[in-house]
Design a protein around this ligand. Sequence first.
Ligand code: 2NL
Length: 348
Amino acid sequence: MEMKEQLTSLKEEAMKQIKDSHDLKALNQVRIDYLGKKGPITEISKGMKKLPSEEKPVVGAMVNDVRTAITEEMDKQKEELERQALQEQLMSETIDVTLPGTAVAKGQGHVLTQIMEEIEDLFLGMGYQIVEGPEVEEDSYNFERMNLPKDHPARDMQDTFYITDDILLRTQTSPVQARTMDTHDFSKGPLKMISPGKVYRRDNDDATHSHQFHQIEGLVVAENITMADLKGTLEVFAKELFGADREIRLRPSYFPFTEPSVEVDVSCFKCGGKGCSVCKHTGWIEILGAGMVHPNVLEMSGIDTDKYSGFAFGLGPDRVAMLKYGIEDIRRFYQNDIRFLNQFKVKE
Ligand code: 2NL
């Protein structure tokens, strides 16, 4: 009888200690203390030999019950401790998704890149292709193909960066257009292109001159192209770039590669034509040179001038940006002062 009481109190004691175990290590210690080789349950099992044979099965069953009860309680407690540990881990790893994120400093394209892309988009919309080409060019493509033979007075050697006798830094982007005219298949349709890019002049840099600047030239060659096509195209361009109220006017001019040649003015976007400091009180701002492609230029690309004619124009994105934003020194574009560049944020 003594043994049964011993077992009952042993069970109660073990149950209490299991409940008081707050981590897996403590729980495991309880297992060793009660169910281990040197524990009381094992001791009692050994002592059973001395019991009278009728009590053996009763006490034996009790020992098994106590062992099972302790084991089950320990499994339960283990599960509970693991659940708590997981809960704590989840809590500690919780992130507040409503917290404001880290602001990422966002840059933007260079102001000249912005202007050039705006002009490119505009001409893409009118079905033009954009063609780029080398900045290091052959003299023949830069000058001769533009109707400026080697002895021509308009070809100012002083103004050109020569690398060798016949290799130079291009002074305009027209060599790209000459190369495109050479290969264009007119049976597949008209040639409509613009060529944006860097150009070079051997100048001393000052507020209005830079030895490297930008040009966008346009060229259309097809059957029945006239001055009216040129004027209509440039009118659309001026209105899209400077505002729907803009008008253009053409003044006679001279370029060796166009005949006739014109200078193109846009009515002042600042004062609307009344006269202000931007248009120097004339109401007009000069933004382009243009004309009908000189027959010599077409013929040098093997184009039949009885069948085809074309117009061409050239504009300076640097000058357009200076006018648009009131920038008074062209060198600002190339100094890359972040305080200057950051003033031309792209609108979202
Ligand atoms: C300017 C304005 C111009 C052209 C560029 C051109 C291109 C070819 C044939 C004929 Cl392939 N012309 N380009 C035409 C007129 C003006 O640039 O002020 N240039 C000094």
